[in-house]
Design a protein around this ligand. Structure first.
Ligand SMILES: [Zn+2]
Length: 77
C-alpha cells in the first residue's frame, strides 16, 4: 500500500512579494499569491517595453511648469 501525499500541496514564494503561495488548482494566480501581484508583475513588463519604445519622460515645458509651481508652494513656510 502506497499513500500519495496529497494533503500537503506544493508551496512556492510569490515572485512579486515573496509570500508563501500554495500551488493548487484553487489558486488561478499561481505562482503569484494574488491577482494584484500578478498584475504588478505584468505591469512591470509592460512598463519596461514602454521605456524601450523611447518616449521622453518629461518635456522641458513640463519642468518649467513644475518649477514655477514649486516656487509658489515653497513660500508657504
Ligand atoms: Zn504576492
Amino acid at each position: 500500500m502506497s499513500q500519495v501525499p496529497n494533503d500537503r500541496p506544493l508551496e512556492v514564494a510569490c515572485p512579486q512579494c515573496r509570500q508563501t503561495v500554495r500551488w493548487t488548482e484553487d489558486n488561478p494566480y499561481r505562482p503569484f499569491c494574488s491577482k494584484r501581484c500578478r498584475l504588478l508583475d505584468l505591469g512591470a513588463w509592460a512598463d519596461e517595453s514602454h521605456r524601450i519604445a523611447g518616449e521622453p519622460a518629461m518635456d522641458e515645458t513640463d519642468i518649467d511648469a513644475l518649477l514655477a509651481r514649486a516656487e509658489r508652494d515653497g513660500d508657504g513656510g
